[in-house]
Design a protein around this ligand. Structure first.
Ligand code: KG4
Ligand code: ZN
Length: 347
């Protein structure tokens, strides 16, 4: 059973301050995201600055999410909040604000795992999605291939052993002079490029697992780019170089996703996380699905990156578990997908 009314979702785990509302039928009524710009000058996220941004922006973002949905706090059946994984100071801002909103009004508070939010976005995009299905979550901090056995039940099939896919894109893009995060800029810079212009190495592991590794391609790309700038290697068209690098990263994602779908005979796959906004990756997955007669669910870009609607969506189906208990929740920076929420030490 889901919630008997709308659910608000609050997301502050990293560098997006976000809130969204879903109706009792799961429809998205609002999804407001503020992406921090303060980190651009530092080439990466500065945790202390992120916490301050969340603290300053969250009340306004929540108000906007409620007003866009034409609701007051009192209309909510539940308030869902990301409790982990993420940066502890950032998570604490969201958790504290959610508690402050819910407790005086006795609205059930629902702690949500951030990765479960991402993993749920294909099901939010296609409410008739088949189970089991595969979801590949690729973001700046995570690269995880997950089998969603049924709603809310996950089996991890593989993850990165070093850098996340988005992290590799961001780091190489930073060395090339793109700002942070570089993923969106690379997507545009490589648009018209030849993806076969440069051959970058692909990680291969012994055995049949579905783990990923992106540190090899990152280092090799950084060296290649440096050598082309210094004249040690022949110059190359920038769009061709970017298209080739981007292809090396997204093909590595596809290799495991497609192999797992074939090995486990799974007919439906979904993409999630900020890297799923990448147009080259989206096209590649759609083309494979069409060729193999499978169903690929590629969520709209706003649902791929961190957002509050995905947290509200999980809160909606978890509502029955937590309704009425108003649990004292804490931030859990390393909360694993599918693991029970550890009890708070004291609060
Ligand atoms: O899911 P997300 O918004 O935040 C995290 O949980 O990390 O993902 C952010 C990541 C960054 O690495 C960013 O460069 C990447 O997603 N990204 C993209 C694109 N848009 C965002 N990567 C490739 N192409 C894009 N269009
Ligand atoms: Zn995320």
């Amino acid at each position: 059973m889901g919630a008997p009314g709308p659910v608000l979702g609050i997301e502050t785990s990293c560098d997006e301050t976000a809130a969204g509302v879903v109706g009792p039928d799961g429809r998205i009524l609002s999804n407001i995201v503020y992406s921090h710009t303060v980190h651009a000058d530092y080439g990466g996220i500065v945790p202390e600055l992120a916490s301050r941004e969340h603290a300053g922006r969250l009340p306004g973002i929540v108000d906007e999410a409620l007003s866009t949905a034409h609701l007051d706090v009192g209309d909510l059946a539940g308030i869902a909040v990301t409790a982990g994984p993420g940066l502890v100071g950032c998570l604490l801002v969201g958790v504290a604000y959610a508690r402050a909103l819910s407790k005086p009004r006795r609205i059930p508070l629902i702690p949500v795992n951030h990765l479960e939010g991402h993993a749920h976005t294909p099901a939010m995009t296609d409410p008739d999605i088949q189970y089991p299905h595969l979801v590949l979550i690729a973001s700046g901090g995570h690269t995880s291939l997950v089998l969603v056995e049924r709603r809310g039940t996950f089996r991890s099939l593989g993850q990165t052993r070093d850098d996340a896919a988005g992290e590799a894109l961001d780091k190489v893009g930073k060395w090339m002079g793109f700002g942070y995060p570089a993923g969106p800029a690379l997507d545009h810079a490589g648009e018209s490029g030849n993806p076969a212009a440069v051959k970058f190495p692909r990680a291969k592991f012994d055995g049949q697992g579905y783990d990923f590794s992106f540190s090899g391609v990152k280092t090799s790309a950084a060296q290649d780019w440096e050598q082309r700038q210094s004249g040690k290697r022949p110059p190359i068209d920038r769009a061709d170089w970017v298209a080739s690098f981007e292809t090396a990263v997204v093909e590595a994602l596809c290799d495991n996703l497609f192999r797992a779908a074939e090995d486990l005979s799974i007919g439906t796959v979904g993409l999630a996380g900020g890297v799923a906004r990448n147009r080259r990756w989206r096209r590649m997955v759609m083309a494979w699905a069409e060729k193999t007669g499978r169903h690929a669910v590629v969520p709209p870009p706003d649902l791929c990156a961190d957002n509050g609607a995905m947290i509200a969506g999980v809160g909606l189906y978890q509502w029955a578990q937590d309704a009425g208990t108003n649990v004292a929740i804490d931030a859990v920076p390393n909360w694993g997908l599918g693991c029970p929420l550890p009890l708070p030490d004291s609060n």
